[in-house]
Design a protein around this ligand. Structure first.
Ligand code: HAM
Length: 452
């Protein structure tokens, strides 16, 4: 039986056309990261499963991880995410290096997901993380995320960043709704699925988790909040506060002071800082953003596509205060996000922001009509390459018509055609041709380069 030519379900073959597109995306991500002084790092493709069991969350471990026993009886996994790896690496060196640490990577990851639009089994995920930056980390990471999106030509009309804070969610679920820890976990999972659920079903499931109607009502009130202002009103109402929250924080310690300063204030402060950076139009409070990974402890966010047919997350991230503790290390807070190239590509295509990569961008095509000028043709090609120009040579004798026919398929800038006695250099855009001697390789190369 003949073997299948298709790859295994979920991973992809990247033909040159797809590679051009992928390289474009990765180069932009890397360029923007470097302008924020983030340094590249990488880690291994395989990790011990234990690393993910510690804090990555149930869905990733039970349903999505690719794991196997190696020949030495160790249970290993193909990395489904990068955050545990980066935390493990930072745990090795953080005592000796100056903080904050700013790192980025674009690893390939594997998750056993149902392949669908925006989600595959093998994908590349840009990761940026900052460690040891206190509450400034969140601001910078969101600023970086916006800059990456803008580098692709995206604006606030195309995407939005939905923000929440797990400290606030815990405050609402535990303090205001008075949920026990099991019910709290269930409600987290339910909120995470809210936008994919029918409202009546959602409402019924809320009532299966809560025991009193009062609890279900506070919860429903919470999930219907759409702005920071409404959130302030909600908190004030349930804490019976007459004052503005800001005002209260300047007062000496009150009964509510601690709850507010630890659980609610950080998110309000973040919105204020983002406003000072002129980023308010990109960010929005969203009570249903809680994120599925267990290690997040503070601000959480997702970048959402605003295209009506493409409403899905392009990126997700948040702050994690305790991840280094799984390695018995001192607490060192980190914050970061991951952005998949699959949903990003869908996003750029939906908004017509993707450049055309159907043809390769080469510089020069060299051909000769007589074998006697082949050595000169090769010398010219060499001279062009030594100046960094992408040069293709057509082997064997060519007819001029056929040579010019080829220029349709690839984006050449110049065609160089040699006959027995001379070299014709044609600049395609201006259609200007210049003649040279067969032995003028370097002169030709420098003049062609000068026209780029
Ligand atoms: P995540 O939400 O699991 O977070 O993934 C982040 C992004 O990776 C998603 O928004 C999506 O763009 C992409 N992604 C996830 N699964 C797939 C898939 N099956 N196919 C294609 N793309 C996918 C994390 O992984 C966190 N570790 C991110 C992070 C970094 N948090 C802090 N630092």
């Amino acid at each position: 039986m003949a073997l299948s030519k298709s790859p295994y379900r979920g991973p992809r073959d990247f033909f040159p056309k797809e590679m051009r597109l992928r390289n474009y995306i990765f180069q932009k991500m890397a360029q923007v990261s470097e302008t924020f002084a983030y340094e590249p790092y990488d880690g291994p493709l395989l990790e011990e499963v234990e690393l993910y069991l510690a804090k990555s969350g149930e869905e990733l471990i039970t349903d999505q991880i690719y794991s196997f026993i190696d020949r030495g009886d160790r249970k290993v996994a193909i990395r489904p995410e990068m955050t545990p790896t980066v935390a493990r690496m930072v745990a090795q060196i953080h005592r000796e290096v100056a903080k904050p640490l700013r790192w980025y990577a674009i690893p390939n990851l594997m998750r056993y997901e149902k392949p669908q639009k925006g989600r595959l089994r093998e994908f590349w995920q840009y990761n940026a993380d900052i460690f040891g930056a206190a509450e400034y980390g969140e601001v910078e990471i969101i600023q970086l995320a916006v800059s990456i999106m803008k580098s692709f030509g995206a604006t606030q009309d195309h995407f939005e960043i939905l923000l929440n804070d797990r400290r606030l969610v815990d405050f609402v679920f535990v303090k205001l709704i008075s949920l026990e820890s099991e019910a709290n976990k269930k409600l987290y999972k339910l909120v995470d699925r809210k936008n994919k659920m029918d409202p009546a079903k959602f409402s019924a499931e809320v009532r299966l988790i809560t025991t009193e109607e009062r609890q279900a009502q506070i919860f429903e009130e919470y999930v219907s909040i759409t702005t920071v202002k409404e959130l302030e009103g909600f908190v004030k109402k349930h804490l019976n506060l007459a004052e503005k929250i800001d005002f209260l924080l300047d007062e000496p310690a009150s009964a509510h002071h601690e709850a507010i300063s630890l659980s609610i204030k950080p998110l309000f402060d973040l919105f204020k800082r983002l406003e000072h950076l002129g980023l308010s139009s990109f960010v929005k409070f969203d009570p249903s953003i809680v994120r599925g990974l267990d290690y997040y402890t503070g601000v959480v966010f997702e970048i959402f596509d605003k295209h009506p047919e493409n409403r899905r997350a392009i990126a997700g991230g948040g702050a994690y205060a305790n991840l280094l503790q799984i390695f018995n290390e001192l607490p060192l807070g980190g914050v970061g996000f991951g952005m998949g190239e699959v949903p990003l590509k869908d996003f750029l295509e939906a908004h017509k922001l993707m450049p055309d990569f159907t043809k390769p961008d080469f510089d020069v095509l060299v051909a000769y009509t007589h074998l006697s000028s082949e050595p000169s043709g090769f010398q010219i090609a060499d001279a062009l390459r030594s100046l960094g120009l992408k040069t293709e040579v057509i082997f064997g004798e060519s007819k001029p018509k056929k040579v010019y026919g080829q220029t349709e398929k690839k984006n050449y800038h110049t065609v160089i055609l040699l006959n027995e006695n001379e070299v014709q250099v044609k600049h395609l855009k201006s259609q200007v041709s210049t003649s040279y001697q067969l032995n003028e390789a370097f002169k030709i190369a420098h003049e062609v380069k000068g026209q780029l």
